[in-house]
Design a protein around this ligand. Structure first.
Ligand code: ADP
Ligand code: ZN
Length: 750
């Protein structure tokens, strides 16, 4: 009898099942087991042993789900590392890594089985066995070329394709064979060819890519990256916006693909990168696969299976979860916009940062890594300063582009002098006017969607709040409703104050809807588009807006932080940041870094093809250091100042921050549990423990929330800290008084 340790998609340890020797099961296979009294689960076989564990009643593995293992030994190592580092179970990693292939559980066996997805198939063609040697084919051609020239030509073509595609067994994809269905049917009838259905393969077509010619500066950067890779070091490519980082990636990608290696390029958000994907498709035609959460589960599952069978030479461009695709010959991992907060999964376990996992994965796979950004995260920057990563800098834009000129526009002063209309200082209006007059475009950035972030009664000061989250409701004019941006709760906009019944509810602050309305009034001839979470609910809607702006069918684009993510619009000469104050005031140790990154990225959309780029930052704190760093475009100065502060207060990157978020419906229970936990933690970690405090969002979906932070200084043993922390959490969890309190652990919280 054999015994298998099986990972279940749960926050549970692994369990052992018996393995009938008749069932051909290997490590990494997906299997069905029964767990609990009446539920079936998909599990992954983690290890197999002949040693009988001493449990009285072992349940058997019931069935195997896919013909080949879903999890490679490398993936096993990565999952284990993640579970350990992010303090979750391997089962929780599984649940995230195989979303579409393994339905977690069901009440009947059949339900799990029918989920099995087939990889996409295609027809392949090969010469008949007897013609597969060169001599045999030549002999046949010599004999028949006179009477049946078309037929011999076709056979010769298939043989040539097989060489071109480096086919091991002579089979080539039907779609590449230049023949009609009748012609192929005829060849088949004559026994000259054989046809087979097989899983779709890619990557064999051609290694001759048409690569962009690099500038001298780009060439040097490429060379430095190669040198770093030869020493097995991670390369941090710090290139200003518009410096052509993508062109450098393209060269690196081509080298690996030509060698049969797989390349993974991570991007923050896939819809935003449709421009990028088109560019890559044009060069690596037929090799690129995109992967993101908007694909149907079937497509995602098929992509997974197709890659698992691939011979290499694949380029996957995807969001953070692409890390879990089976790239068997992973040779290069690129993390574009590596500073982007969306690489961190913060809403469920594992709360991982894809950039950090990519670096770990590259070690497991012995692959190269490039982290690229115009505004690197301070974590990566510190690694570069310490010599851990190779630091490669590109300080100039490519071609004619120069970095834009930045104007800091003092809002309070503008109000005093009467130089402000609604939410626009004259400084900004003048430049938008100029762009429009010159037939150029403008981008206006406001980091809030909706019409107004709240409304307030002018008589009693009352503001409607979400009953589940206790935050102010955002006014939306397009839908005429008030909406909670955390849980989606909506209500009708009250015209009468629900508190004092006066009819005087005023709109407070402003969001993108209001900006759109006002800018349309101020520039009635301009065509205005808005890009935010409300207008780009579908990929198609999003693309339509981007296309209209790109092709010049719109003059002004209003939007939220979506605009910061790598767009390459040639016609934009003016960029306005409407309210920098709300970027500077978030209560977070990363606020300055994030504000700098956001503003630099938005600013980077201006003047990408010329020297007429201008950026106006509207703020009531023109002297604020972050504003000054953006104005001078001085990343290094920002980083120096910010790092000094982080070091003084022991924040990342000089420590690891572990956040414990506690949730409960009753405030009292939460309060008591939070204090009990922090007491236990203080006994272990002393002054490294901060809190408990109310979470930034005190209430969400009807649950009260508090948080405790533990700072583990760099150099101390993080693994020991995690172990001690896990013990403390268990002690609280085992206490009947606190059992119902939910606790989320977030390692490297941001
Ligand atoms: P980044 O990602 O660094 O902001 P991009 O890679 O988007 O910059 O490049 C900015 C613009 O310059 C793009 O339109 C790109 O096509 C162009 N560009 C950059 N380098 C080259 C090059 N070597 N050859 C042709 N075009 C280039
Ligand atoms: Zn809510």
């Amino acid at each position: 009898m054999l015994y298998a340790q099986v990972v279940l998609p749960l926050a549970q340890p692994m369990y052992t099942f018996s393995l009938d020797e008749g069932l051909a099961v290997e490590v990494g296979d997906a299997v069905v087991v029964q767990f609990g009294s009446s539920r079936y689960y998909t599990g992954i076989v983690w290890s197999i042993t002949t040693m009988k564990p001493d449990f009285p009643r072992l349940k058997p593995i019931i069935a195997k789900l896919y013909s080949a293992p879903l999890v490679s030994p490398e993936a096993q190592r990565l999952w284990e590392w993640m579970a350990d580092y992010y303090m979750c179970t391997v089962g929780e990693v599984m649940r995230m890594a195989l979303p579409s292939l393994a339905k977690p559980s069901a009440t009947t066996l059949a339900e799990l089985d029918e989920r099995s997805i087939e990889p996409p198939m295609e027809g392949l063609v090969a010469l008949a066995e007897a013609l597969r040697t060169e001599e045999a084919l030549m002999e046949y051609v010599a004999k028949h070329s006179r009477r049946a020239p078309r037929r011999t030509q076709l056979l010769d073509g298939i043989a040539a394709l097989a060489i071109e595609c480096r086919s091991d067994d002579g089979f080539v994809p039907r779609r590449l064979v230049d023949a009609t269905a009748e012609q192929l049917a005829d060849l088949r009838k004559r026994g000259l060819i054989v046809v087979e259905q097989r899983p779709v393969m890619r990557g064999g077509n051609s290694d001759k890519f048409l690569l962009p010619t690099l500038s001298e500066a780009q060439q040097r950067a490429l060379q430095s990256i190669r040198e770093a890779h030869n020493e097995n070091r991670v390369a941090l490519l710090h290139g200003v916006t518009g410096s052509g980082k993508t062109e450098i990636y393209i060269h690196l990608i081509a080298e690996q693909l030509a060698r049969g290696g797989d390349v993974l390029m991570l991007v923050p958000e896939i819809v935003i990168t449709s421009q990028l994907i088109e560019r890559l498709e044009r060069i690596f035609e037929g090799r690129t696969t995109t992967y993101h959460s908007r694909l149907t589960p079937l497509r995602r599952g098929q992509t997974f299976l197709r890659l698992a069978l691939s011979n290499g030479g694949e380029l996957v461009v995807g969001v953070r979860s692409s890390l879990f695709l089976p790239l068997r010959r992973g040779a290069l991992v690129i993390v574009d916009e590596e500073h982007d907060p969306s690489y961190k999964q913060s809403d469920m376990q594992p709360r991982y940062n894809a950039r950090d996992v990519a670096v770990v994965m590259s070690k497991v796979l012995a692959a190269h890594v490039v982290l690229g950004s115009a505004t690197p995260s301070l974590e990566s920057y510190v690694n570069a300063l310490a010599g851990k990563y190779a630091y490669v800098e590109l300080t100039e834009r490519w071609g004619e582009g120069v970095l834009p000129e930045v104007v800091v526009s003092d809002t309070l002063r503008a109000v005093k002098r009467g130089e402000r209309k609604t939410h626009f200082n004259f400084d900004l209006l003048r430049l938008v006017r100029r762009s429009l007059d010159d037939g150029e475009q403008a981008i206006l950035f406001q980091n809030r969607r909706g019409y107004a972030p709240y409304i307030q009664c002018r008589t009693c000061g009352y503001s409607p709040r979400c009953p589940h989250c206790n935050v102010t409701l955002t006014e939306h004019r397009t839908t005429h409703r008030m909406e909670c941006h955390y849980c989606g709760y909506t209500m009708e906009r009250p015209s009468v104050c629900p508190n004092c019944e006066t009819q005087d509810m005023a709109t407070m602050g402003f969001g993108t809807e209001k900006v759109e309305e006002e800018v349309s009034r101020l520039f009635p001839e301009a065509r205005v588009e808005r890009l935010d979470g409300d207008t780009s609910t579908s990929e198609r809607a999003f693309k339509r807006i981007v296309e209209r702006f790109e092709s010049g069918d719109a003059d002004i684009l209003v939007g939220t932080q979506i605009l910061t993510k790598g767009f390459d619009f040639g016609g934009v000469t003016t960029v306005g940041i409407l309210n920098a104050d709300n970027l500077l005031s978030t209560p977070d140790f990363r606020a300055s870094e994030r504000a700098f990154q956001l503003m630099m990225q938005v600013a980077g959309r201006a003047g990408r093809r010329n020297d007429r780029g201008r950026v106006v930052i509207q703020t009531s704190q023109p002297k604020h250091p972050v504003i000054q760093y953006v104005a001078s475009g001085d990343y290094h100065a920002m980083a120096r100042a910010e790092l000094a502060e982080r070091q003084a207060f022991g924040y990342p990157p000089y420590s690891h921050l572990i956040r414990l978020l506690l949730r409960h419906e009753e405030y009292d229970t939460l309060h008591r549990a939070s204090h009990a936990l922090s007491d236990v933690l203080r006994r272990i970690f002393g002054a490294r423990v901060m809190g408990p405090v109310s979470a930034a969002l005190e209430m969400l979906r009807g649950e009260h929330r508090s948080e405790i932070m533990v700072k583990i200084e760099s150099g101390a043993s993080l693994s020991r800290a995690r172990r001690l922390l896990a013990e403390a959490l268990k002690a609280i969890g085992d206490n009947p008084a606190y059992k119902s309190v939910k606790i989320n652990v977030d390692v490297d919280a941001s």
